[in-house]
Design a protein around this ligand. Sequence first.
Ligand code: PGA
Length: 251
Amino acid sequence: MRKKVIAGNWKMNKTPVEVITFMRSFVELMKNKKTENEIVLCVPYIDVIITQQFLEETNVKVGVQNVHFAESGAYTGEISPRMLDGIGVEYVIIGHSERRQYFNETDESVNKKLKAALAHNLKPIVCVGESLDQRTAGVTKEFVTSQVRKAFEGLSAEDAEKTIIAYEPIWAIGTGKTASKEDANEVCKWIRGEINTLFGNVSENIIIQYGGSVKAANAAELFNMPDIDGGLVGGASLDPEEFFKIVNFDA
Ligand code: PGA
């Protein structure tokens, strides 16, 4: 049985002072709650330490939203996987569609970042997903297959198994439009099939999340689908009560 992994993606939101306000409610709610689900909060770099301090009392893990592929060096403004490992960050989102769209992230850089993250024992969450035009043109599976193949190029089966994939249709991100549970499951299942072709049986263990306008009202129906192993949650993870409800969805 695969466990469900639910990760919040705060994007470029919350100052450290705002983190304190969030955590005062969230930690209180989480303290008395036992869940089998793996819960992660991917926060801005400057919020990592304060987030870790608060989450120490819970089993919620801390992640970030991007990483550079080099160990160190002349890359002004960047953060390396070694630095993240050094500060105890466990998860990292790689290749989010906003980074692909606004920061020239490519399939090639995603592949390099994925390898670098794995080499430093970070747990990567690699994002893939089609645009509205691609969905309308009927090329969703083709496009997602190509993103997965390029991201996973040169990985061992063992490393592939450690990698989480977040299927996030771009048209569903931040729009309030969620993919239907059937459509979301169909693509997640397709991706699992592709992993099977590339790496064999590890496809049964790899975590494949859905992301795109997940909220408390739709989390259960999505996360209870057979090929959806949890979710990547943007906007709804900014509110402590809403995120608490999502991570404790009715299984
Ligand atoms: P959203 O974002 O939940 O606000 O749609 C999801 C994401 O971008 O990871």
